[in-house]
Design a protein around this ligand. Structure first.
Ligand code: NAD
Length: 484
C-alpha cells in the first residue's frame, strides 16, 4: 500500500536548531518504534543539555527581530505553513500513524485539526490589541500594550504528535515569541517534519528549534534554569506538570499546563439513546481511547443503563483492531507495552472489585501493543478505573439516579478537563453545565475540540487555555504606560 521503508528513509531524524539539521554531538541516538509491531522505525538524534543551550542561544538572537517582525509577515508565514501541511497531508498522516499508532483516517483528522491552528493563529496575529483610557481622576492617560513574552519552551505528549505541537507553536509565533519544542520521545518525527515545513514557509532561523531527547528531565531541568527563558507550555500528565510547575517557579516563568483528564460522560434517561451511544463511542474511542478528553467514566441513569450497555457492547465488539495503516482498522495499538500493561492493570482491578466484562478485557497476543475494545459494566465507585485516566479502549460504565447523584458522581475527581452530558432537556443541560467542574462541557456531543474554542481544564487538569481567541494571550505580556 505505502512504500514505508522509502518514506522512513526520507524523514528528518536530526535535531532542528537555528534553521538547520544538527547531527549528534557524541553519536548518541535513540530509537522510535512502531507500536503496531514493536519494531524500530528509525533512530533519531538524542538532544543533550548542550543542544538545549544551542537552541536557547539561537532563540535569544532571533527573539528581538521576530518580535519586531510585522504581524502581517508573521501571519503570512503561518498561513503558508498551513498550506504546506495541507498539501503534505498524506505524509503527515502516515507519519503520525507510524509513530503513534492511530488509524490513518484519524491521523488525517489530526492533520486537519493540527494544521488549523496554523491558519487560525495566522488570523489572530494581526488582531493583537491593547487599550487606552483616561484615568478616573482625570490626571493622566492609561495606555496598555501587549508584547510577546519571549523565548518559550514547549513540551508535548505523544498522543497527538502534530496538533499538540501546533496548538502551542502557532499562537507563540503569532504573538512574536520564539519557541523550542521538546516533543515526546515516542513520537518526535512529526515535529521534526513540521520544523522543515515552517522553514519552507519562510520562518527565519532560530525562531523555532525542535529537540527530541531520551532524557527529557535532564534537558528541560537544565533549560529551565536559563534566565533567557520566559515561558513554559506543557501538555502531558498531571504528575509531570506538577514537577515542571515547581521547576518553573525558580525563574518565575509564565506557565501553561494542559494536563490529565478523567471526563465524566453523563447520560440521562431522557436522552436520545442512539445519539448517546454514538457520542459515547466517539468520546471513548477517538485516538484509540488515548485522548485527554476521552470519556473515562460513563454514568448512565439506571432506568436505561442495561440497554445502553447492551448497545455499546455490540458496537465495541464489532470494532476492527489492527495496525493503523491497514485500511480496515478502526482501532490501533496502544503506544507501548508499559502503557498497555497499565490499562490491563486497571481493568483487572475493576473486575476484582466487582465490575463485569461484557466484551474484551484482555491484551491481544502477538506483535504490537493491542488491547481488546472492552466494556466494563457495574463498575463500583471505588474502582481505580473511575479515579485514574484509562487512556485506552475501555468503556467503564456505572449507574446513577437523578440530577444530584449525576452531579456528585461527575465531580468526584481531582481532574476537570472535559465533561459530557446527554439529555433532551434544555433546563437539565444548563443545570449540569453550571454544576460540572470542567473547563469544557459537551452537550449532546461526543467531540468537542475546536480550533476556535478555548481548550483547557480546571482543578488538576491544568492552567491556561489553548486555541480560540484566548489562546494567544498565553504568549503575551501586558504592559501599562502612564501618560500625562
Ligand atoms: P507525560 O507527562 O509522560 O509526558 C509528556 C511530555 O513530558 C513528553 O514530552 C515527555 O517526554 C515529557 N516529560 C516526561 N517527564 C518529564 C520530566 N521529568 N521533565 C520534563 N519533561 C518530561 O505524558 P504522556 O504520557 O506523553 O501523555 C499523556 C498525558 O498527556 C495524559 O495524562 C493526557 O491526559 C495528557 N494530555 C493532556 C492534554 C490536554 O490538553 N490537557 C492533551 C493531550 C494529552
Amino acid at each position: 500500500m505505502h512504500d514505508i521503508a522509502g518514506f522512513l528513509e526520507s524523514l528528518p531524524v536530526r535535531l532542528w536548531i537555528d534553521g538547520s539539521e544538527v547531527p549528534a554531538r557524541d553519536g548518541k541516538t535513540f530509537s522510535v518504534h512502531n507500536p503496531a509491531t514493536g519494531e524500530v522505525l528509525v533512530d533519531v538524534v538524542d538532544a543533550t543539555q548542550w543542544d538545549g543551550d544551542a537552541a536557547l542561544d539561537a532563540a535569544a538572537v532571533a527573539q528581538p527581530t521576530w518580535a519586531a517582525t510585522p504581524p502581517r509577515r508573521r501571519a503570512e508565514i503561518l498561513h503558508r505553513a498551513w498550506e504546506l501541511v495541507e498539501s503534505r497531508g498524506d505524509e503527515f498522516a502516515l507519519l503520525i500513524t507510524l509513530e503513534m499508532g492511530k488509524p490513518l483516517g484519524e491521523s488525517h483528522a489530526e492533520v486537519t485539526y493540527g494544521g488549523e491552528f496554523l491558519r487560525w493563529f495566522s488570523e489572530e496575529a494581526v488582531r493583537i490589541n491593547g487599550r487606552y483610557t483616561r484615568s478616573p481622576t482625570g490626571n493622566g492617560r492609561i495606555l496598555v500594550t501587549r508584547e510577546p513574552l519571549g523565548i518559550t519552551l514547549a513540551i508535548t505528549p505523544w498522543n497527538f504528535p502534530l496538533a499538540m505541537g501546533t496548538r502551542k507553536i502557532a499562537p507563540a509565533l503569532a504573538a512574536g515569541c520564539t519557541v523550542i519544542v521538546k516533543p515526546a520521545q515516542e513520537t518526535p518525527l512529526t515535529m521534526l517534519l513540521l520544523a522543515q515545513v515552517l522553514a519552507d514557509a519562510g520562518l527565519p532561523p532560530g525562531v523555532l528549534s525542535v529537540l527530541p531527547t531520551s532524557s527529557p528531565a535532564s534537558l528541560t531541568d537544565h533549560m529551565l534554569t536559563d534566565r533567557r527563558l520566559r515561558k513554559i507550555t506543557f501538555t502531558g500528565s498531571t504528575r509531570v506538570g506538577k514537577l515542571l510547575l515547581s521547576q518553573a517557579a525558580r525563574g518565575v516563568l509564565r506557565t501553561s499546563m494542559e494536563l490529565g483528564g478523567n471526563a465524566p460522560f453523563v447520560v440521562f434517561a431522557d436522552a436520545d439513546l442512539d445519539a448517546a451511544v454514538d457520542g459515547a463511542m466517539a468520546a471513548k474511542m477517538r485516538n484509540n481511547g488515548e485522548a485527554c478528553t476521552a470519556a473515562n467514566r460513563i454514568y448512565v441513569e439506571n432506568s436505561i443503563r442495561r440497554e445502553f450497555t447492551r448497545r455499546i457492547t455490540t458496537r465495541m465488539r464489532n470494532l476492527e483492531v489492527g495496525a493503523g495503516y491497514r485500511a480496515e482498522s478502526q482501532v490501533g495499538p496502544l503506544i507501548s507495552a508499559d502503557h498497555r500493561a497499565r490499562v490491563a492493570e486497571l481493568v483487572d482491578d475493576a473486575v476484582s472489585t466487582g465490575a463485569v466484562v461484557t466484551t474484551g478485557g484482555k491484551p491481544i497476543e502477538g506483535s504490537g501493543y493491542f488491547y481488546e475494545p472492552t466494556v466494563l459494566a457495574d463498575v463500583p465507585a471505588h474502582a481505580r478505573i473511575l479515579k485514574e485516566e484509562i487512556f485506552g479502549p475501555v468503556a467503564a460504565i456505572a449507574g446513577f439516579d437523578g440530577d444530584e447523584q449525576g452531579i456528585s458522581a461527575a465531580n468526584d475527581t481531582q481532574y476537570g478537563l472535559a465533561a459530557y452530558i446527554y439529555t433532551s432537556s434544555l433546563d437539565r443541560a444548563l443545570l449540569m453545565s453550571d454544576a460540572l467542574e470542567a473547563g469544557m462541557i459537551g452537550i449532546n456531543r461526543g467531540i468537542i475540540s475546536d480550533v476556535a474554542a478555548p481548550f483547557g481544564g480546571v482543578k488538576q487538569s491544568g492552567l491556561g487555555r489553548e486555541s480560540g481567541s484566548e489562546g494567544i494571550n498565553e504568549y503575551l505580556e501586558t504592559k501599562y504606560i502612564a501618560l500625562p
